[in-house]
Design a protein around this ligand. Structure first.
Ligand code: ATP
Ligand code: MG
Length: 846
């Protein structure tokens, strides 16, 4: 064994090493974030192979996402030894199950080439089953049934063993429909996601010899993120592990964030019962995050009841405090984060001249004390308090080895972790505008999403009715009863007349070439496009010129088309287009789980329009940015959801949108009991603990929700952050007095670039914040949040100061000379002085 060395064990601490070397028998590694659970799991696999205990294909390693499996493979490839054979059985529960199921599909009544249904197909099939059973799909929607059946599958319940206590589900017909749905699937030679695991469990139960075969095969089983396994996954594991009993699970009860998908954190607690004699190893040293970050995360999670409880400490020094910043609205938040990301690249911060906090190595004892700062106590009234040890003790840094922070960070080292994917749009827009390369993990970029492309096609067609590509995309979306045949007729008619598809369609209907229901719908569609186009033409007089051609007229032109809060005709028109076309209704009637997200995205799209003078300008903007974004840049800032970020780490983490109703989600707040809220809190813990060196939490005072401005309350989780670990940021000079003050954070912001530090209390007590609250309905911040839906009028305020350096797409760089409402007089370096709407320039570095 020693021949190839054991370097992979050498950089483990004693507890980790113990876990990596205790190869035989059941083992549970229970430890907080960043303690090296995944690292240790990898070392264990390396150890298994190098020591000759197991060949790579005798190791079953389960990860939570395919991305995690990929990362595990990469990590293994980096090990200073070589696994010569590939680890064939490393992947998610689903990917491993598919592999097993393909080999034995006939035992589940399938052929080995069975198809796996996605959610859309799943819902469609359920609709058929519901209709076939003569049930009114309107009253009993397919999505609801899908939820029920998925829930059963997550609990490994087949139609025949759903407990009788649940027989009332779905109007007493749940189990019957479940059985019918399974029959339909089988007759289609198909399985849905939940089936994959369930079938494997069923086959193993029904064919003990086969189970024995697999039990023998998998000599060692390893499971990462064990806290998020559901019952079916748990049974799956237990069946396979009963053979050699060499099962190693690692998890953190505080990071269980998939309860809504049936995960049962109780599986961790059951481990020792299921595998008597199991070894439990706890890891306590966090290697990922610096002290303040860790203490902040610990402080928040301490508010959850019924935790297993863990100690965490770091030898990494205190580092930077968790930074907290409030902005006026979501766009401003995105603007600030973009600027800060750019500043961090240069090794500075938008918070100019801030004292470069020295990263310092504190002693281990100090760090241990630090970790305890997050401990909780509970008083007789049941209130939970985080002890303030942190503040009382003096954490004097040991002088040696100080590294100034912020250092320069690469974009690859930064991530923005959002609660919901509709938050992503503001960042994408902003980053596209300033040319900051980004990647969206776990989904297409905003403007590449299907629903956005559809909507854009509607806008394009309305602006230019000859846009045939746009026509093709949406003529039958939503369905207008136009099959391939009808579309051919339209194409041929247009070609014969050498005209656009829209004209072809008009003629095909008028001449009777097309008949039936499709023809009537098509006529309506053509009429709609005509009307929209007229509305657009009316709004932009034919005399409108390209401003760049005619500098003298620039000011008048700009003023004539200045978008103001009261003049958003094109925004209203866009909404009308989406409504009248039936496109919104199409998603509203869609019962798939994705539909709600798509509607959110469409609302985001309409919101984005407000930044522009008209639809044409917007379409141009999107066309431009799509072009720009195609070039491959190596370094990118990552945008992803908190859920997708589990297990990952980044030196710099931004956590935007910490507002009640967004994070924690409205649903979790409305729920009775603490369950939902506690899961959100674990999500907060996951978010903060992704950060290694710099963690910035932000919130906006206003957000547009369902098209209306709504004043937002900072997240209750912000109140739960231990104050000693938080620094409230006030960006100096970024927004002139009025603006900053209105947002509540201008208390000590002048135009100067003096480092501004304030406590949360300072913020809440600042005149600006008060004023905001007054306007929002005259209530102090700490009061119940019933008046959240107050609409606040936005003043036209400038985001710039005289003297600011700015950049305009057409005119290049310049300095702000004068500010007048939301218009700026800018002295451009090349193009001379021009009056510009503030929304059309971005701040630039001097
Ligand atoms: P999470 O709960 O977030 O999944 P984890 O417990 O799996 O975290 P890892 O991702 O394995 O933690 O490790 C966190 C970081 O700490 C990684 O960068 C890892 O390389 C580093 N690390 C872990 N153990 C050690 C060690 N003994 N020495 C140095 N670095 C370590
Ligand atoms: Mg991990």
């Amino acid at each position: 064994a020693g021949a190839r060395g054991t370097a992979y064990l050498d950089d483990l601490n004693p507890a980790q090493r113990e876990a990596a070397e205790a190869l035989d028998g059941p083992l549970l590694m229970l430890a907080g974030a960043g303690t090296g659970k995944t690292k240790t799991l990898m070392a264990r696999i390396a150890n298994l192979v190098v020591s000759g205990r197991a060949r790579p294909n005798e190791i079953l390693a389960v990860t939570f996402t395919n991305k995690a499996a990929r990362e595990m493979r990469e990590r293994l490839a980096r090990q200073p030894f070589q696994v010569l054979e590939p680890l064939r059985w490393m992947g998610t529960f689903h990917s491993i199950s598919v592999k097993i199921l393909r080999r034995h599909a006939e035992l589940a009544g399938l052929k080995s080439n069975f198809t796996i249904l996605d959610t859309d197909d799943q819902i469609r099939l359920m609709k058929q089953v519901i209709n076939a059973a003569n049930i009114d799909e309107k009253r009993w929607p397919a999505r609801q049934l899908a939820g029920i059946i998925d829930g059963w599958k997550n609990r490994a319940l087949t139609p025949s063993n759903v407990p009788s206590s649940e027989a009332a589900a779905f109007n007493n017909r749940g189990t019957e429909l479940y059985a019918a749905y399974q029959d339909r699937l089988r007759s289609l030679n198909a399985a849905d996601f939940g089936d994959l695991l369930l079938y494997v469990v069923e086959i193993f139960k029904a064919y003990p010899d086969l189970l024995t075969e697999y039990q023998q095969k998998f000599r060692y089983i390893l499971v990462d993120e064990y806290q998020d396994t559901n019952v079916a996954q748990y049974l799956w594991l237990r069946l396979l592990a009963q053979g050699h009993r060499n099962i190693c699970c690692v998890g953190d009860d505080d990071q269980s964030i998939y309860g809504w998908r049936g995960a049962e954190v109780g599986n961790i607690l059951r481990f020792e019962k299921d595998f008597p004699g199991a070894r439990v190893i706890r890891l306590e040293q966090n290697y990922r995050s610096t002290g303040h970050i860790l203490a902040a995360a610990s402080g928040i999670i301490a508010k959850n009841a019924g935790r297993l409880g863990k100690t965490l400490w770091t030898a990494g020094g205190l580092g930077e405090k968790v930074r907290l910043i409030g902005r006026w609205d979501g766009e401003e938040e995105a603007r600030w984060i973009g600027e800060e990301a750019e500043a961090l690249q240069r090794g500075s911060s938008v918070i100019a001249n801030r004292r470069s906090n020295a990263r310092s190595k504190t002693s281990i004892q100090e760090s241990e004390r630090l970790a305890k700062g997050g401990r909780v106590s509970q008083n007789a009234a049941g209130d939970i308090h985080v002890s303030n040890l942190m503040r009382e003790q003096s954490l004097t840094p040991a002088g040696a080895g100080n590294i100034p922070i912020p250092r320069g960070f690469g974009l690859d080292e930064m991530a923005i972790l959002v609660r919901g994917s509709s938050q992503m749009r503001a960042f994408e827009d902003r980053f596209l505008t300033i040319g900051l390369p980004y990647r969206v993990v776990g989904g297409p970029r905003f403007y590449e999403r299907a629903e956005i492309r559809d909507a854009m096609a509607y806008f394009r067609l309305a602006v230019s009715p000859t846009d045939d590509l746009a026509f093709e995309r949406i003529v039958n979306t939503p369905k207008r009863g136009l099959g391939d045949k009808a579309q051919q007729v339209i194409q041929m008619t247009a070609r014969a007349d050498e005209t656009s598809l829209l004209e072809g369609a008009r003629y095909a209907v008028a001449s009777g070439k097309l008949g039936g229901k499709g023809a009537a719908e098509l006529r309506r569609f053509v009429e709609n496009v005509d009307r929209w186009h007229k509305a657009i033409a009316a709004a932009s007089p034919a005399t409108a010129r390209n401003p760049a051609d005619d500098d003298d007229e620039l000011i008048e032109l700009d003023e004539a088309s200045v978008p103001s809060a009261h003049d958003h005709a094109h925004v209203r028109l866009a909404e009308e287009i989406l409504e009248e076309s039936g496109y919104i209704a199409m998603w509203q009637n869609d019962k798939t789980p994705e539909a709600a997200g798509r509607l959110e995205n469409l609302k985001e799209l309409v919101k984005a329009l407000e930044q522009f003078e008209n639809l044409q300008g917007f379409l141009e903007h999107v066309a431009l940015i799509s072009e720009n974004s195609s070039e491959e840049e190596s370094e990118k800032i990552t945008i992803m959801t908190l859920h997708a970020a589990k297990g990952l780490e980044f030196p710099v983490v931004f956590l935007p949108g910490w507002e009640d109703g967004l994070f924690p989600s409205q649903r979790s707040m409305d729920e009775s009991g603490q369950k939902g809220l506690e899961e959100e809190r674990r999500l907060a813990y996951v978010g903060i603990t992704r950060a290694e060196e710099l963690c910035t939490i932000s919130f906006a005072g206003n957000r547009q929700v369902y098209g209306r401005w709504q004043s937002q309350m900072p997240s209750r989780f912000i109140d739960e952050l231990p104050e000693a670990d938080v620094e409230v940021l006030t960006p100096p000079g970024l927004y002139g007095g009025g603006y900053g003050a209105a947002a509540g954070f201008g208390g000590n912001a002048g135009g100067s670039s003096v480092e501004a530090r304030a406590t949360k209390a300072d913020v809440y007590n600042s005149p600006g914040w008060r004023r905001l609250q007054d306007r929002a309905g005259n209530r102090p911040v700490s009061q119940p949040r019933e008046s959240r839906h107050t609409v606040i009028d936005l003043d036209a305020v400038s985001a710039f100061d005289v003297g600011d350096r700015v950049f305009h797409q057409k005119f290049g760089y310049g300095h702000v000379q004068e500010i007048e409402g939301d218009k700026l007089a800018v002295a451009f370096d090349k193009a001379g002085t021009k009056k510009i709407v503030a929304g059309f320039v971005v701040a630039a570095a001097d």
